[in-house]
Design a binder for this molecule. Structure first.
Ligand SMILES: [Zn+2]
Length: 343
Protein backbone atom coordinates (compact mmCIF):
# COMPACT_ATOMS: atom_id res chain seq x y z
CA UNK A 1 0.00 0.00 0.00
CA UNK A 2 2.39 2.67 1.20
CA UNK A 3 5.14 1.06 -0.77
CA UNK A 4 3.85 2.06 -4.13
CA UNK A 5 2.72 5.55 -3.15
CA UNK A 6 4.89 8.61 -2.62
CA UNK A 7 5.17 9.52 1.08
CA UNK A 8 2.40 11.95 1.90
CA UNK A 9 2.97 12.64 5.60
CA UNK A 10 0.71 15.66 5.45
CA UNK A 11 -2.44 13.70 4.54
CA UNK A 12 -1.43 10.89 6.90
CA UNK A 13 -1.27 13.40 9.72
CA UNK A 14 -4.68 14.86 8.79
CA UNK A 15 -6.17 11.39 8.74
CA UNK A 16 -4.66 10.66 12.17
CA UNK A 17 -6.06 13.91 13.58
CA UNK A 18 -9.54 13.08 12.29
CA UNK A 19 -9.48 9.65 13.90
CA UNK A 20 -8.14 11.09 17.16
CA UNK A 21 -10.84 13.76 17.15
CA UNK A 22 -13.62 11.16 16.77
CA UNK A 23 -12.30 8.88 19.50
CA UNK A 24 -14.17 9.18 22.82
CA UNK A 25 -13.03 6.09 24.69
CA UNK A 26 -9.77 4.52 25.77
CA UNK A 27 -10.68 1.45 23.70
CA UNK A 28 -10.90 3.56 20.53
CA UNK A 29 -7.57 5.19 21.33
CA UNK A 30 -6.00 1.77 21.76
CA UNK A 31 -7.31 0.80 18.32
CA UNK A 32 -5.68 3.91 16.83
CA UNK A 33 -2.41 3.13 18.61
CA UNK A 34 -2.34 -0.39 17.18
CA UNK A 35 -3.27 0.94 13.75
CA UNK A 36 -0.28 3.34 13.70
CA UNK A 37 2.31 1.94 16.11
CA UNK A 38 1.53 -1.79 15.86
CA UNK A 39 3.86 -4.37 14.23
CA UNK A 40 1.83 -4.22 11.06
CA UNK A 41 0.89 -0.59 11.55
CA UNK A 42 1.13 2.44 9.33
CA UNK A 43 4.44 3.65 10.82
CA UNK A 44 5.97 0.27 10.11
CA UNK A 45 4.78 0.57 6.51
CA UNK A 46 6.42 3.99 6.30
CA UNK A 47 9.74 2.49 7.36
CA UNK A 48 9.33 -0.13 4.64
CA UNK A 49 8.62 2.60 2.08
CA UNK A 50 11.74 4.44 3.26
CA UNK A 51 13.93 1.51 2.17
CA UNK A 52 12.59 1.83 -1.35
CA UNK A 53 13.25 5.55 -1.58
CA UNK A 54 16.24 6.93 -3.56
CA UNK A 55 19.41 6.62 -1.48
CA UNK A 56 20.20 10.34 -1.27
CA UNK A 57 16.74 11.10 0.09
CA UNK A 58 16.80 8.42 2.82
CA UNK A 59 18.44 10.49 5.67
CA UNK A 60 16.09 13.42 5.17
CA UNK A 61 13.00 11.22 4.83
CA UNK A 62 14.07 9.13 7.83
CA UNK A 63 14.33 12.28 9.92
CA UNK A 64 10.87 13.40 8.76
CA UNK A 65 9.30 10.03 9.55
CA UNK A 66 10.88 9.97 13.03
CA UNK A 67 9.58 13.44 13.76
CA UNK A 68 6.15 12.40 12.47
CA UNK A 69 6.24 9.34 14.74
CA UNK A 70 7.15 11.42 17.79
CA UNK A 71 4.37 13.92 17.07
CA UNK A 72 1.77 11.17 16.77
CA UNK A 73 2.95 9.59 20.04
CA UNK A 74 2.67 12.91 21.92
CA UNK A 75 -0.78 13.69 20.48
CA UNK A 76 -2.04 10.20 21.22
CA UNK A 77 -0.78 10.46 24.81
CA UNK A 78 -2.43 13.90 25.25
CA UNK A 79 -5.74 12.65 23.91
CA UNK A 80 -5.53 9.59 26.20
CA UNK A 81 -5.08 11.82 29.26
CA UNK A 82 -7.98 14.00 28.15
CA UNK A 83 -10.30 10.97 27.82
CA UNK A 84 -9.21 9.64 31.22
CA UNK A 85 -9.92 12.97 32.90
CA UNK A 86 -13.32 13.17 31.28
CA UNK A 87 -14.18 9.63 32.43
CA UNK A 88 -13.08 10.42 35.99
CA UNK A 89 -15.19 13.59 36.08
CA UNK A 90 -18.16 11.61 34.81
CA UNK A 91 -17.82 8.90 37.45
CA UNK A 92 -17.43 11.51 40.23
CA UNK A 93 -20.58 13.16 38.99
CA UNK A 94 -22.39 9.83 39.26
CA UNK A 95 -21.03 9.10 42.75
CA UNK A 96 -21.86 12.55 44.11
CA UNK A 97 -22.44 12.46 47.90
CA UNK A 98 -26.11 12.94 48.66
CA UNK A 99 -26.51 14.15 52.25
CA UNK A 100 -30.26 13.64 52.12
CA UNK A 101 -29.97 9.85 51.67
CA UNK A 102 -30.76 7.88 54.84
CA UNK A 103 -27.61 6.51 56.53
CA UNK A 104 -26.97 3.01 57.81
CA UNK A 105 -28.13 2.74 61.42
CA UNK A 106 -25.36 1.77 63.82
CA UNK A 107 -26.08 -0.20 66.95
CA UNK A 108 -25.22 1.91 69.98
CA UNK A 109 -24.77 0.72 73.50
CA UNK A 110 -26.17 2.56 76.51
CA UNK A 111 -26.37 2.12 80.28
CA UNK A 112 -28.51 -0.76 81.51
CA UNK A 113 -31.91 0.59 82.67
CA UNK A 114 -31.10 -0.43 86.26
CA UNK A 115 -27.90 1.66 86.22
CA UNK A 116 -29.80 4.44 84.56
CA UNK A 117 -32.48 4.64 87.27
CA UNK A 118 -29.82 4.33 90.03
CA UNK A 119 -28.11 7.34 88.46
CA UNK A 120 -31.41 9.27 88.44
CA UNK A 121 -32.16 8.42 92.08
CA UNK A 122 -28.63 9.07 93.37
CA UNK A 123 -28.48 12.37 91.50
CA UNK A 124 -31.58 13.52 93.44
CA UNK A 125 -30.07 12.36 96.74
CA UNK A 126 -26.86 14.26 95.98
CA UNK A 127 -28.92 17.37 95.19
CA UNK A 128 -30.60 16.98 98.61
CA UNK A 129 -27.20 17.16 100.32
CA UNK A 130 -26.38 13.48 100.90
CA UNK A 131 -22.91 12.14 100.15
CA UNK A 132 -22.43 8.91 98.20
CA UNK A 133 -20.19 6.15 99.58
CA UNK A 134 -19.48 2.60 98.44
CA UNK A 135 -19.92 -0.64 100.26
CA UNK A 136 -18.95 -4.33 99.80
CA UNK A 137 -21.14 -6.96 98.16
CA UNK A 138 -19.35 -9.64 100.20
CA UNK A 139 -19.77 -8.86 103.86
CA UNK A 140 -19.24 -10.36 107.31
CA UNK A 141 -22.29 -12.01 108.75
CA UNK A 142 -22.30 -9.77 111.85
CA UNK A 143 -22.18 -6.58 109.74
CA UNK A 144 -25.14 -7.84 107.70
CA UNK A 145 -27.17 -8.96 110.73
CA UNK A 146 -25.94 -8.73 114.35
CA UNK A 147 -24.59 -5.17 114.31
CA UNK A 148 -27.87 -4.08 112.72
CA UNK A 149 -29.74 -5.39 115.74
CA UNK A 150 -31.10 -8.55 114.11
CA UNK A 151 -32.09 -10.99 116.88
CA UNK A 152 -29.94 -14.15 116.93
CA UNK A 153 -32.83 -16.30 115.79
CA UNK A 154 -34.05 -13.98 113.02
CA UNK A 155 -35.35 -16.06 110.08
CA UNK A 156 -33.35 -13.96 107.57
CA UNK A 157 -30.18 -15.47 109.03
CA UNK A 158 -31.27 -18.88 107.85
CA UNK A 159 -29.26 -20.54 105.08
CA UNK A 160 -32.50 -20.81 103.13
CA UNK A 161 -32.77 -17.03 102.81
CA UNK A 162 -29.13 -16.01 102.58
CA UNK A 163 -26.16 -17.00 100.39
CA UNK A 164 -23.34 -17.86 102.82
CA UNK A 165 -19.79 -18.13 101.43
CA UNK A 166 -18.43 -19.77 104.60
CA UNK A 167 -19.11 -19.68 108.36
CA UNK A 168 -18.70 -15.92 108.64
CA UNK A 169 -18.94 -14.37 105.15
CA UNK A 170 -22.03 -13.89 102.99
CA UNK A 171 -23.43 -11.99 100.01
CA UNK A 172 -25.09 -8.93 101.58
CA UNK A 173 -28.87 -9.24 101.78
CA UNK A 174 -29.38 -5.45 101.95
CA UNK A 175 -27.34 -2.27 101.43
CA UNK A 176 -28.07 -1.32 105.06
CA UNK A 177 -24.76 -3.12 105.75
CA UNK A 178 -22.95 0.15 104.99
CA UNK A 179 -24.29 1.85 108.16
CA UNK A 180 -22.05 0.46 110.92
CA UNK A 181 -18.72 0.48 108.98
CA UNK A 182 -19.40 4.10 107.90
CA UNK A 183 -20.30 5.25 111.42
CA UNK A 184 -17.04 3.69 112.63
CA UNK A 185 -15.10 5.60 109.95
CA UNK A 186 -16.67 9.05 110.38
CA UNK A 187 -17.88 11.32 113.16
CA UNK A 188 -21.36 12.87 113.20
CA UNK A 189 -22.97 14.78 111.66
CA UNK A 190 -22.99 12.61 108.55
CA UNK A 191 -25.60 12.15 105.81
CA UNK A 192 -24.56 9.30 103.55
CA UNK A 193 -26.06 6.93 101.00
CA UNK A 194 -24.91 3.94 98.99
CA UNK A 195 -26.37 1.95 96.14
CA UNK A 196 -25.66 -1.53 94.86
CA UNK A 197 -26.65 -5.11 94.33
CA UNK A 198 -28.02 -7.32 97.08
CA UNK A 199 -28.65 -11.08 97.09
CA UNK A 200 -31.28 -13.33 98.57
CA UNK A 201 -31.75 -17.05 98.30
CA UNK A 202 -35.29 -16.80 97.00
CA UNK A 203 -37.32 -18.44 94.32
CA UNK A 204 -37.13 -16.45 91.09
CA UNK A 205 -40.59 -15.28 90.00
CA UNK A 206 -42.01 -12.39 88.03
CA UNK A 207 -41.99 -10.28 91.23
CA UNK A 208 -38.89 -11.49 93.07
CA UNK A 209 -35.34 -12.32 92.07
CA UNK A 210 -32.18 -13.63 93.73
CA UNK A 211 -30.36 -10.38 93.01
CA UNK A 212 -31.68 -6.86 92.92
CA UNK A 213 -30.50 -3.33 93.60
CA UNK A 214 -31.08 -1.10 96.58
CA UNK A 215 -30.29 2.38 97.77
CA UNK A 216 -29.78 2.96 101.48
CA UNK A 217 -29.24 6.24 103.32
CA UNK A 218 -28.90 7.54 106.86
CA UNK A 219 -28.36 10.85 108.61
CA UNK A 220 -26.76 10.81 112.06
CA UNK A 221 -26.39 13.97 114.10
CA UNK A 222 -27.73 15.98 117.02
CA UNK A 223 -31.50 16.59 116.98
CA UNK A 224 -32.13 14.64 113.77
CA UNK A 225 -35.84 13.73 113.68
CA UNK A 226 -38.27 11.53 111.77
CA UNK A 227 -39.97 14.69 110.47
CA UNK A 228 -36.68 15.58 108.69
CA UNK A 229 -36.76 12.24 106.92
CA UNK A 230 -40.38 12.48 105.91
CA UNK A 231 -39.92 15.91 104.31
CA UNK A 232 -36.75 14.70 102.55
CA UNK A 233 -38.57 11.65 101.12
CA UNK A 234 -41.43 13.87 99.97
CA UNK A 235 -38.94 15.99 98.02
CA UNK A 236 -37.21 12.89 96.70
CA UNK A 237 -40.31 11.19 95.29
CA UNK A 238 -41.71 14.42 93.85
CA UNK A 239 -38.45 15.01 91.97
CA UNK A 240 -38.49 11.40 90.77
CA UNK A 241 -42.15 10.99 89.81
CA UNK A 242 -43.56 14.54 89.62
CA UNK A 243 -45.19 17.13 91.89
CA UNK A 244 -48.53 15.33 92.11
CA UNK A 245 -47.12 12.41 94.10
CA UNK A 246 -48.60 12.01 97.60
CA UNK A 247 -46.76 10.06 100.33
CA UNK A 248 -48.26 7.86 103.03
CA UNK A 249 -46.49 6.40 106.06
CA UNK A 250 -47.53 3.20 107.73
CA UNK A 251 -46.15 1.80 110.96
CA UNK A 252 -43.86 -1.14 110.32
CA UNK A 253 -41.03 -3.17 111.83
CA UNK A 254 -37.34 -3.47 110.95
CA UNK A 255 -34.69 -4.65 113.44
CA UNK A 256 -32.44 -1.65 112.75
CA UNK A 257 -34.98 1.18 113.13
CA UNK A 258 -37.31 2.24 115.93
CA UNK A 259 -39.89 3.48 115.18
CA UNK A 260 -40.13 2.04 111.69
CA UNK A 261 -42.36 3.13 108.83
CA UNK A 262 -43.29 1.76 105.45
CA UNK A 263 -43.55 4.42 102.74
CA UNK A 264 -46.21 4.33 100.06
CA UNK A 265 -46.67 6.78 97.20
CA UNK A 266 -49.88 7.48 95.32
CA UNK A 267 -49.99 5.24 92.24
CA UNK A 268 -48.15 6.99 89.42
CA UNK A 269 -49.93 4.88 86.80
CA UNK A 270 -53.57 5.53 87.64
CA UNK A 271 -53.46 8.65 89.87
CA UNK A 272 -55.17 6.60 92.61
CA UNK A 273 -58.16 5.60 90.46
CA UNK A 274 -57.06 1.99 90.87
CA UNK A 275 -55.15 -0.22 88.41
CA UNK A 276 -53.51 -3.65 88.30
CA UNK A 277 -50.10 -2.16 89.23
CA UNK A 278 -51.36 -0.78 92.55
CA UNK A 279 -53.69 -3.80 92.86
CA UNK A 280 -56.57 -1.29 92.82
CA UNK A 281 -55.51 0.25 96.16
CA UNK A 282 -54.21 3.51 94.66
CA UNK A 283 -50.97 3.10 96.67
CA UNK A 284 -47.51 1.71 95.86
CA UNK A 285 -45.07 0.47 98.49
CA UNK A 286 -41.68 2.04 97.70
CA UNK A 287 -39.40 2.17 100.74
CA UNK A 288 -38.81 1.28 104.37
CA UNK A 289 -37.56 3.86 106.83
CA UNK A 290 -37.38 4.89 110.46
CA UNK A 291 -35.19 6.26 113.25
CA UNK A 292 -31.88 4.42 113.67
CA UNK A 293 -32.08 1.94 116.54
CA UNK A 294 -29.96 2.99 119.59
CA UNK A 295 -28.19 -0.40 119.42
CA UNK A 296 -27.10 0.31 115.83
CA UNK A 297 -25.79 3.79 116.71
CA UNK A 298 -23.89 2.21 119.58
CA UNK A 299 -22.47 -0.51 117.30
CA UNK A 300 -21.24 2.34 115.08
CA UNK A 301 -19.28 3.76 118.03
CA UNK A 302 -21.52 6.72 118.90
CA UNK A 303 -23.66 7.61 121.91
CA UNK A 304 -27.39 7.20 121.17
CA UNK A 305 -28.14 9.57 124.09
CA UNK A 306 -26.33 12.34 122.17
CA UNK A 307 -26.97 11.47 118.55
CA UNK A 308 -30.09 10.45 116.71
CA UNK A 309 -30.49 9.47 113.07
CA UNK A 310 -32.96 8.53 110.43
CA UNK A 311 -32.43 5.79 107.81
CA UNK A 312 -34.24 4.52 104.75
CA UNK A 313 -33.83 1.83 102.14
CA UNK A 314 -35.51 1.55 98.76
CA UNK A 315 -35.60 -1.02 95.99
CA UNK A 316 -34.32 0.20 92.64
CA UNK A 317 -35.81 -2.54 90.46
CA UNK A 318 -39.31 -1.94 91.71
CA UNK A 319 -39.00 1.81 91.02
CA UNK A 320 -37.74 1.02 87.53
CA UNK A 321 -40.66 -1.33 86.91
CA UNK A 322 -43.04 1.46 87.97
CA UNK A 323 -41.32 4.07 85.81
CA UNK A 324 -41.41 1.93 82.66
CA UNK A 325 -44.39 -0.31 83.33
CA UNK A 326 -42.28 -3.49 83.26
CA UNK A 327 -44.42 -6.49 84.21
CA UNK A 328 -41.71 -9.05 85.05
CA UNK A 329 -38.61 -8.40 87.21
CA UNK A 330 -36.71 -11.21 85.41
CA UNK A 331 -36.60 -9.09 82.26
CA UNK A 332 -34.14 -6.78 84.03
CA UNK A 333 -31.58 -9.58 84.40
CA UNK A 334 -31.90 -11.54 81.19
CA UNK A 335 -29.79 -9.23 78.99
CA UNK A 336 -32.26 -9.59 76.13
CA UNK A 337 -31.16 -6.88 73.71
CA UNK A 338 -34.68 -6.54 72.24
CA UNK A 339 -35.94 -5.61 75.71
CA UNK A 340 -32.98 -3.42 76.71
CA UNK A 341 -33.05 -1.49 73.43
CA UNK A 342 -36.40 0.03 74.43
CA UNK A 343 -34.76 2.27 77.03
ZN1 LIG B 1 -52.73 2.33 90.16
Amino acid sequence: MMNDKPLDLHSLKREFHEKLHRAVSLEELEEIRVCYFGKKGILQDLMGALRLAPKEKIPELGKEINLFKEQLAVELENKKREVEERQLAKSLEKEIFDVTLPGKARLRSHPHPVLDVIEKMTEILRSLGLKEVHSNEIEQENVNFDLLNFPLDHPAKDMQDTFYLDDSMLLRTHTTTFQVPMMRLHSPPMALFCSGRVFRNEEVTSRSHQQFSQIDAFHLGKGVSLADLLSLLKLFYRRLFGDNVILRFRKSYFPFTEPSVEIDISCIRCGQKGCPICKHTGWLEVAGAGMMHPNVIQAGGHDPAVYTGWAFGMGVDRTLMLLHNIPDIRMLWESDVRFLRQF
